[in-house]
Design a protein around this ligand. Sequence first.
Ligand code: BMA
Length: 330
Amino acid sequence: MSRIIGQNLPNIPWQDKPEGYNAPVWRYSENPIIERHAIPTANSVFNSAVVPFEDGFAGVFRCDSKALSMDLYPGFSEDGIHWNIEHQPIVFQGEDPEITNREYRYDPRVCWMEDRYYITWCNGYHGPTIGIGYTFDFKTFYQLENAFLPYNRNGVLFPRKIGGNYMMLSRPSDTGHTPFGDIFCSQSPDLTYWGKHRYVFGTINSDKSAWQSKKVGPGPIPIETEEGWLLIYHGVLNTCNGFVYRMGVALLDKDEPWKVKERSRFYIFGPEEIYELAGDVPGVTFPCATLTDAETGRIAIYYGCADTVTGLAFTTVDELMDYMRKYPLD
Ligand code: BMA
């Protein structure tokens, strides 16, 4: 038995694993939970992040408009399944218009830390980099300095300081669809100045685990367990029809999270259903958030499907640990 260190949240969405199902992660039976036209101006709603909030849940949603401009929208839910997404994008307040000026914003993560909800996202600033902001109530949002120089994507905070510093995973990239991608860990004393950059892990450039041979990137906020940080990440295969995005799992050291203790050789989840295989970008399952219940070890995963709609899937900490150990990379 592995234990999640965190809150007990008996109200997170949940369905038991279907009888005879032979994989560590299973889909919500009513997927997708958010349709592409969930708000009137949206072409698509995907790669979005949710957290427990008050008696229910709140989130930051990536809605691409019918102009195909990418922006972030707040949303609220009583049950984590049915969402009311605001019709207006988030407007960040900040001291420097150079930073709050919006080019594009996408792929948010939301992380509760200390006394507020931090948001990280891929932020256009002469190329993609990592934007950081925070909110107390999902009504008023404040923006901090960008974490890194361009080009970078997938900024994912750890939910507490480690060794006295804030920590963030990210995936350095290029201006385009990036034909490479490894995961790095960076540290900051104040969420403004980032350094002590460490390599975490990269692609597997062989037949051993080809689903993650093109690029890898961090997904949801790492889950703290007694054995270390459980990281769900995306791995990409390059095919003659383009990139295919699947999910894997790794266990990072509790005190030095750039050190990888274990990692899966088999993917834990990938595009199989029609809404994952068909859409604006076919063959993409892209996780950006989890809700967890420490008491039962339950994990609900929110993931973008084919860059078009949002899906929900379930697993447990034991399912992930057991699968990673049954099919280890090394
Ligand atoms: C990545 C990001 C994601 C997207 C994925 C698949 O590079 O742009 O937002 O889901 O590609 O298109």
